[in-house]
Design a protein around this ligand. Sequence first.
Ligand SMILES: NC(=O)c1ccc[n+]([C@@H]2O[C@H](COP(=O)([O-])OP(=O)(O)OC[C@H]3O[C@@H](n4cnc5c(N)ncnc54)[C@H](O)[C@@H]3O)[C@@H](O)[C@H]2O)c1
Length: 352
Amino acid sequence: MSKTIGLIAGDGIGPEITEATVKVLNQLVADFKYIDIDLGGVAIDKHANPFPDESKAKLKEVDAVLMAAIGGPKYDDLPREMRPETGLLGLRKELETFANIRPAKVFDALAHLSSLKTEIVKGTDIVVVRELTGGIYFGQPSSNDGETGINTMVYSKEEVKRIARVAFDFAMKRSRKLCSVDKANVLNVSQLWRDAVTEVATDYPEVELSHMYVDNAAMQLIKDPKQFDVIVTGNLFGDILSDEASMLTGSIGLLPSASLGDGSKPGLYEPVHGSAPDIAGKGLANPAAMMLSAAMMLRYSFDMDKEATMLETAIQEILQAGITTADLGGSAGTQEIGEAIHKQLETALSKA
Ligand SMILES: NC(=O)c1ccc[n+]([C@@H]2O[C@H](COP(=O)([O-])OP(=O)(O)OC[C@H]3O[C@@H](n4cnc5c(N)ncnc54)[C@H](O)[C@@H]3O)[C@@H](O)[C@H]2O)c1
Protein backbone atom coordinates (compact mmCIF):
# COMPACT_ATOMS: atom_id res chain seq x y z
CA MET A 1 0.00 0.00 0.00
CA SER A 2 1.37 3.41 -0.89
CA LYS A 3 2.46 5.66 1.96
CA THR A 4 1.48 9.28 2.47
CA ILE A 5 4.05 11.82 3.63
CA GLY A 6 3.10 15.10 5.27
CA LEU A 7 5.51 17.61 3.80
CA ILE A 8 6.38 20.79 5.69
CA ALA A 9 8.48 22.98 3.41
CA GLY A 10 8.31 25.82 5.94
CA ASP A 11 10.33 29.02 5.71
CA GLY A 12 13.68 30.37 4.50
CA ILE A 13 15.68 27.68 2.69
CA GLY A 14 12.88 25.17 3.46
CA PRO A 15 11.18 25.17 0.04
CA GLU A 16 14.54 24.86 -1.80
CA ILE A 17 15.78 21.83 0.14
CA THR A 18 12.31 20.26 0.10
CA GLU A 19 12.17 20.39 -3.69
CA ALA A 20 15.57 18.68 -3.98
CA THR A 21 14.60 16.05 -1.39
CA VAL A 22 11.26 15.15 -2.95
CA LYS A 23 12.98 14.66 -6.31
CA VAL A 24 15.29 11.97 -4.92
CA LEU A 25 12.50 10.37 -2.88
CA ASN A 26 10.39 10.07 -6.02
CA GLN A 27 13.31 8.42 -7.73
CA LEU A 28 13.57 5.81 -4.96
CA VAL A 29 9.89 5.17 -4.28
CA ALA A 30 7.50 5.84 -7.14
CA ASP A 31 4.20 5.66 -5.28
CA PHE A 32 4.65 7.96 -2.28
CA LYS A 33 1.83 10.49 -1.91
CA TYR A 34 2.59 13.93 -0.48
CA ILE A 35 0.34 16.30 1.43
CA ASP A 36 1.63 19.84 1.96
CA ILE A 37 1.25 21.05 5.53
CA ASP A 38 1.61 24.70 6.54
CA LEU A 39 3.58 25.32 9.72
CA GLY A 40 5.58 28.22 11.14
CA GLY A 41 5.99 31.49 9.29
CA VAL A 42 4.20 30.43 6.16
CA ALA A 43 1.21 29.36 8.28
CA ILE A 44 1.24 32.69 10.11
CA ASP A 45 1.15 34.49 6.75
CA LYS A 46 -1.69 32.37 5.41
CA HIS A 47 -3.76 31.53 8.48
CA ALA A 48 -2.59 33.97 11.20
CA ASN A 49 -1.64 30.88 13.25
CA PRO A 50 1.71 29.01 13.34
CA PHE A 51 -0.07 25.63 13.63
CA PRO A 52 -3.60 26.04 12.25
CA ASP A 53 -6.39 23.47 12.72
CA GLU A 54 -6.25 22.69 9.02
CA SER A 55 -2.62 21.51 9.44
CA LYS A 56 -3.54 19.53 12.55
CA ALA A 57 -6.31 17.76 10.63
CA LYS A 58 -3.94 16.78 7.82
CA LEU A 59 -1.74 14.86 10.29
CA LYS A 60 -4.48 12.22 10.50
CA GLU A 61 -4.02 11.43 6.81
CA VAL A 62 -0.25 10.88 6.81
CA ASP A 63 2.10 8.00 7.71
CA ALA A 64 5.13 10.22 8.45
CA VAL A 65 5.98 13.91 8.52
CA LEU A 66 9.04 15.26 6.73
CA MET A 67 9.89 18.83 7.62
CA ALA A 68 12.50 21.29 6.30
CA ALA A 69 12.73 24.22 8.73
CA ILE A 70 10.64 27.08 10.02
CA GLY A 71 11.16 30.61 11.34
CA GLY A 72 12.85 33.79 10.30
CA PRO A 73 13.55 37.39 11.38
CA LYS A 74 10.22 38.56 9.98
CA TYR A 75 8.46 36.85 12.90
CA ASP A 76 10.90 37.73 15.70
CA ASP A 77 8.76 40.48 17.22
CA LEU A 78 5.54 38.50 17.43
CA PRO A 79 4.21 37.44 20.85
CA ARG A 80 5.38 33.96 21.89
CA GLU A 81 2.08 32.17 21.15
CA MET A 82 2.15 33.50 17.59
CA ARG A 83 5.78 32.65 16.81
CA PRO A 84 6.85 29.92 14.34
CA GLU A 85 8.59 27.91 17.12
CA THR A 86 5.27 27.64 18.97
CA GLY A 87 3.91 25.91 15.89
CA LEU A 88 6.74 23.38 15.99
CA LEU A 89 6.26 22.68 19.70
CA GLY A 90 2.54 22.22 18.98
CA LEU A 91 3.34 19.76 16.19
CA ARG A 92 5.65 17.69 18.41
CA LYS A 93 3.00 17.65 21.14
CA GLU A 94 0.29 16.63 18.68
CA LEU A 95 2.45 13.75 17.42
CA GLU A 96 3.38 12.75 21.01
CA THR A 97 7.02 12.34 20.06
CA PHE A 98 8.85 11.45 23.26
CA ALA A 99 12.03 10.15 21.62
CA ASN A 100 14.43 12.40 19.76
CA ILE A 101 16.97 10.53 17.65
CA ARG A 102 20.07 12.43 16.57
CA PRO A 103 22.75 10.59 14.61
CA ALA A 104 26.21 12.18 14.47
CA LYS A 105 28.20 10.46 11.76
CA VAL A 106 31.54 11.75 10.54
CA PHE A 107 31.86 11.23 6.79
CA ASP A 108 35.44 10.23 5.93
CA ALA A 109 35.73 12.87 3.21
CA LEU A 110 34.77 15.60 5.67
CA ALA A 111 36.60 14.50 8.82
CA HIS A 112 39.06 17.37 8.31
CA LEU A 113 36.22 19.90 8.83
CA SER A 114 35.81 18.88 12.48
CA SER A 115 37.36 21.11 15.10
CA LEU A 116 39.00 17.98 16.51
CA LYS A 117 41.95 16.14 15.00
CA THR A 118 41.00 13.93 12.04
CA GLU A 119 42.38 10.77 13.67
CA ILE A 120 40.13 11.31 16.69
CA VAL A 121 36.86 11.89 14.80
CA LYS A 122 37.31 9.70 11.70
CA GLY A 123 34.95 6.73 11.93
CA THR A 124 32.68 8.33 14.54
CA ASP A 125 29.11 7.09 14.16
CA ILE A 126 26.93 7.88 17.18
CA VAL A 127 23.17 7.99 17.75
CA VAL A 128 21.90 10.04 20.68
CA VAL A 129 18.45 8.99 21.91
CA ARG A 130 17.09 11.86 23.98
CA GLU A 131 13.93 11.79 26.07
CA LEU A 132 11.95 14.76 24.77
CA THR A 133 8.75 15.28 26.72
CA GLY A 134 9.77 14.92 30.37
CA GLY A 135 12.55 15.96 32.72
CA ILE A 136 13.47 19.43 33.89
CA TYR A 137 11.95 21.27 30.91
CA PHE A 138 8.46 20.22 31.96
CA GLY A 139 8.68 19.34 35.70
CA GLN A 140 6.67 21.26 38.28
CA PRO A 141 7.14 23.43 40.28
CA SER A 142 8.71 25.84 37.85
CA SER A 143 8.87 29.54 38.66
CA ASN A 144 10.91 32.71 38.84
CA ASP A 145 9.81 35.41 41.29
CA GLY A 146 12.82 37.61 40.68
CA GLU A 147 14.58 36.32 43.82
CA THR A 148 14.41 32.57 43.38
CA GLY A 149 14.28 30.51 40.19
CA ILE A 150 12.97 26.98 40.32
CA ASN A 151 12.88 24.09 37.88
CA THR A 152 12.21 20.49 38.79
CA MET A 153 13.64 17.38 37.19
CA VAL A 154 10.99 14.68 37.32
CA TYR A 155 10.92 11.27 35.65
CA SER A 156 8.55 8.43 36.34
CA LYS A 157 9.92 4.92 36.03
CA GLU A 158 7.57 4.23 33.11
CA GLU A 159 8.83 7.32 31.22
CA VAL A 160 12.41 6.11 31.59
CA LYS A 161 11.58 2.55 30.58
CA ARG A 162 9.72 3.83 27.49
CA ILE A 163 12.74 5.78 26.18
CA ALA A 164 15.11 2.99 27.23
CA ARG A 165 13.19 0.51 25.06
CA VAL A 166 13.56 2.84 22.05
CA ALA A 167 17.30 3.04 22.69
CA PHE A 168 17.72 -0.71 23.16
CA ASP A 169 15.82 -1.28 19.89
CA PHE A 170 18.25 1.08 18.13
CA ALA A 171 21.20 -0.69 19.71
CA MET A 172 19.86 -4.04 18.46
CA LYS A 173 19.83 -2.65 14.89
CA ARG A 174 23.40 -1.30 15.26
CA SER A 175 26.41 -2.63 17.16
CA ARG A 176 24.44 -3.75 20.26
CA LYS A 177 26.22 -1.30 22.53
CA LEU A 178 24.24 1.17 24.63
CA CYS A 179 25.55 3.81 27.02
CA SER A 180 23.03 5.37 29.42
CA VAL A 181 24.05 8.83 30.65
CA ASP A 182 22.88 10.24 33.97
CA LYS A 183 24.11 11.96 37.13
CA ALA A 184 23.28 9.15 39.52
CA ASN A 185 26.09 10.09 41.93
CA VAL A 186 24.19 13.29 42.81
CA LEU A 187 20.58 13.23 41.61
CA ASN A 188 17.77 11.03 42.97
CA VAL A 189 16.01 11.25 39.63
CA SER A 190 19.14 9.86 37.96
CA GLN A 191 19.29 6.94 40.41
CA LEU A 192 15.77 6.05 39.37
CA TRP A 193 16.81 6.50 35.71
CA ARG A 194 19.73 4.09 36.14
CA ASP A 195 17.61 1.45 37.90
CA ALA A 196 14.86 1.67 35.27
CA VAL A 197 17.31 1.35 32.34
CA THR A 198 19.00 -1.61 34.04
CA GLU A 199 15.61 -3.26 34.47
CA VAL A 200 14.81 -2.90 30.75
CA ALA A 201 18.23 -4.38 29.93
CA THR A 202 17.03 -7.81 31.10
CA ASP A 203 14.77 -7.90 28.01
CA TYR A 204 17.79 -7.25 25.75
CA PRO A 205 20.48 -9.73 26.83
CA GLU A 206 22.37 -9.25 23.53
CA VAL A 207 22.96 -5.55 24.22
CA GLU A 208 26.02 -4.52 26.21
CA LEU A 209 24.78 -1.76 28.56
CA SER A 210 27.09 0.73 30.26
CA HIS A 211 26.34 3.75 32.46
CA MET A 212 28.23 7.02 32.46
CA TYR A 213 27.91 10.26 34.43
CA VAL A 214 27.04 13.21 32.21
CA ASP A 215 30.16 15.23 33.04
CA ASN A 216 32.36 12.29 32.06
CA ALA A 217 30.27 11.69 28.91
CA ALA A 218 30.85 15.31 27.84
CA MET A 219 34.61 14.75 28.23
CA GLN A 220 34.67 11.33 26.58
CA LEU A 221 32.79 12.61 23.52
CA ILE A 222 35.69 14.97 22.83
CA LYS A 223 38.46 12.63 23.96
CA ASP A 224 37.43 9.43 22.20
CA PRO A 225 34.06 9.70 20.40
CA LYS A 226 34.49 6.35 18.66
CA GLN A 227 33.90 4.51 21.95
CA PHE A 228 30.17 5.38 21.68
CA ASP A 229 27.51 3.82 19.53
CA VAL A 230 24.01 4.48 20.97
CA ILE A 231 23.65 6.91 23.88
CA VAL A 232 20.38 7.23 25.82
CA THR A 233 19.75 10.11 28.18
CA GLY A 234 17.18 12.54 29.57
CA ASN A 235 15.90 15.78 28.12
CA LEU A 236 18.42 18.26 29.55
CA PHE A 237 21.55 16.09 29.24
CA GLY A 238 20.41 14.99 25.77
CA ASP A 239 19.91 18.55 24.61
CA ILE A 240 23.52 19.38 25.46
CA LEU A 241 25.20 16.10 24.48
CA SER A 242 23.41 15.81 21.13
CA ASP A 243 24.62 19.29 20.16
CA GLU A 244 28.13 18.43 21.34
CA ALA A 245 28.12 15.14 19.39
CA SER A 246 26.78 16.83 16.27
CA MET A 247 29.61 19.33 16.23
CA LEU A 248 32.13 16.48 15.93
CA THR A 249 30.95 16.18 12.32
CA GLY A 250 32.01 19.70 11.39
CA SER A 251 28.85 20.76 9.59
CA ILE A 252 25.30 21.65 10.49
CA GLY A 253 24.23 21.02 6.89
CA LEU A 254 24.63 17.27 7.33
CA LEU A 255 22.67 16.54 10.50
CA PRO A 256 19.34 14.75 10.37
CA SER A 257 16.95 13.93 13.21
CA ALA A 258 13.84 11.95 13.99
CA SER A 259 11.26 12.47 16.70
CA LEU A 260 9.28 9.35 17.41
CA GLY A 261 6.38 8.32 19.61
CA ASP A 262 4.98 4.89 20.40
CA GLY A 263 4.18 4.18 16.74
CA SER A 264 0.47 5.02 16.93
CA LYS A 265 1.10 8.44 15.37
CA PRO A 266 3.38 9.49 12.49
CA GLY A 267 7.08 10.05 13.19
CA LEU A 268 8.58 13.48 12.52
CA TYR A 269 11.80 13.76 10.49
CA GLU A 270 13.71 17.03 10.13
CA PRO A 271 17.21 18.42 9.71
CA VAL A 272 18.82 19.83 12.84
CA HIS A 273 19.52 23.19 11.18
CA GLY A 274 17.10 26.11 10.98
CA SER A 275 15.70 28.08 8.05
CA ALA A 276 19.03 29.84 7.32
CA PRO A 277 17.47 33.19 6.35
CA ASP A 278 20.92 34.56 5.44
CA ILE A 279 21.12 32.29 2.38
CA ALA A 280 17.40 31.76 1.66
CA GLY A 281 16.33 32.08 -1.96
CA LYS A 282 19.92 32.09 -3.21
CA GLY A 283 20.14 28.42 -4.20
CA LEU A 284 23.08 27.90 -1.82
CA ALA A 285 21.53 25.66 0.85
CA ASN A 286 22.84 22.19 1.46
CA PRO A 287 19.90 19.77 1.05
CA ALA A 288 21.86 16.81 2.53
CA ALA A 289 20.53 17.05 6.11
CA MET A 290 16.95 16.97 4.89
CA MET A 291 17.75 14.09 2.54
CA LEU A 292 19.41 12.20 5.41
CA SER A 293 16.27 12.88 7.48
CA ALA A 294 14.26 11.40 4.61
CA ALA A 295 16.54 8.34 4.73
CA MET A 296 15.73 7.97 8.45
CA MET A 297 12.04 8.18 7.56
CA LEU A 298 12.43 5.42 4.97
CA ARG A 299 14.20 3.23 7.51
CA TYR A 300 12.28 3.85 10.71
CA SER A 301 8.73 4.64 9.54
CA PHE A 302 8.56 2.49 6.42
CA ASP A 303 11.12 -0.31 6.97
CA MET A 304 12.72 0.57 3.61
CA ASP A 305 16.23 -0.18 4.69
CA LYS A 306 17.57 -0.79 1.20
CA GLU A 307 16.29 2.54 -0.15
CA ALA A 308 17.54 4.40 2.94
CA THR A 309 21.03 2.96 2.52
CA MET A 310 21.04 3.81 -1.19
CA LEU A 311 20.23 7.44 -0.44
CA GLU A 312 22.84 7.69 2.34
CA THR A 313 25.46 6.07 0.11
CA ALA A 314 24.70 8.43 -2.79
CA ILE A 315 25.15 11.44 -0.47
CA GLN A 316 28.40 10.04 0.89
CA GLU A 317 29.69 9.41 -2.63
CA ILE A 318 29.13 12.96 -3.85
CA LEU A 319 30.80 14.30 -0.70
CA GLN A 320 33.74 12.02 -1.36
CA ALA A 321 33.87 13.29 -4.97
CA GLY A 322 34.23 16.81 -3.54
CA ILE A 323 30.83 18.08 -4.71
CA THR A 324 29.82 20.23 -1.74
CA THR A 325 28.03 23.45 -0.81
CA ALA A 326 29.72 26.48 0.75
CA ASP A 327 29.02 25.30 4.33
CA LEU A 328 31.39 22.39 3.58
CA GLY A 329 33.95 24.54 1.79
CA GLY A 330 32.67 23.85 -1.74
CA SER A 331 31.02 25.96 -4.42
CA ALA A 332 28.07 23.80 -5.57
CA GLY A 333 24.50 25.08 -5.21
CA THR A 334 21.39 23.26 -3.96
CA GLN A 335 20.38 22.28 -7.48
CA GLU A 336 23.82 20.97 -8.41
CA ILE A 337 23.97 18.83 -5.26
CA GLY A 338 20.46 17.54 -5.96
CA GLU A 339 21.38 16.64 -9.52
CA ALA A 340 24.62 14.93 -8.47
CA ILE A 341 22.77 12.77 -5.92
CA HIS A 342 20.08 12.04 -8.51
CA LYS A 343 22.76 10.81 -10.91
CA GLN A 344 24.43 8.61 -8.26
CA LEU A 345 21.06 7.07 -7.46
CA GLU A 346 20.31 6.49 -11.12
CA THR A 347 23.54 4.48 -11.43
CA ALA A 348 22.85 2.57 -8.19
CA LEU A 349 19.27 1.78 -9.22
CA SER A 350 20.34 0.53 -12.62
CA LYS A 351 22.70 -1.95 -10.92
CA ALA A 352 20.17 -3.06 -8.27
N1 LIG B 1 13.68 23.11 13.56
C1 LIG B 1 13.65 24.30 13.01
O1 LIG B 1 12.86 24.58 12.11
C2 LIG B 1 14.63 25.34 13.47
C3 LIG B 1 15.80 24.98 14.15
C4 LIG B 1 16.70 25.99 14.48
C5 LIG B 1 16.42 27.30 14.17
N2 LIG B 1 15.25 27.61 13.54
C6 LIG B 1 14.93 28.98 13.12
O2 LIG B 1 15.71 29.28 11.95
C7 LIG B 1 16.00 30.69 11.92
C8 LIG B 1 17.50 30.88 11.75
O3 LIG B 1 18.16 30.38 12.90
P1 LIG B 1 19.74 30.29 13.06
O4 LIG B 1 20.37 31.27 12.12
O5 LIG B 1 20.03 30.37 14.50
O6 LIG B 1 20.13 28.81 12.65
P2 LIG B 1 20.27 28.17 11.20
O7 LIG B 1 20.54 26.71 11.40
O8 LIG B 1 19.13 28.51 10.35
O9 LIG B 1 21.60 28.85 10.55
C9 LIG B 1 22.86 28.87 11.20
C10 LIG B 1 23.98 29.02 10.13
O10 LIG B 1 24.10 27.77 9.43
C11 LIG B 1 23.85 27.96 8.04
N3 LIG B 1 23.04 26.85 7.56
C12 LIG B 1 21.99 26.27 8.20
N4 LIG B 1 21.47 25.29 7.46
C13 LIG B 1 22.19 25.24 6.32
C14 LIG B 1 22.11 24.43 5.15
N5 LIG B 1 21.21 23.49 4.98
N6 LIG B 1 23.01 24.68 4.17
C15 LIG B 1 23.97 25.62 4.31
N7 LIG B 1 24.09 26.41 5.40
C16 LIG B 1 23.21 26.22 6.39
C17 LIG B 1 23.10 29.29 7.92
O11 LIG B 1 23.32 29.90 6.67
C18 LIG B 1 23.67 30.07 9.09
O12 LIG B 1 24.87 30.71 8.71
C19 LIG B 1 15.46 31.26 13.23
O13 LIG B 1 14.21 31.85 12.97
C20 LIG B 1 15.30 30.05 14.14
O14 LIG B 1 14.30 30.22 15.09
C21 LIG B 1 14.37 26.66 13.17
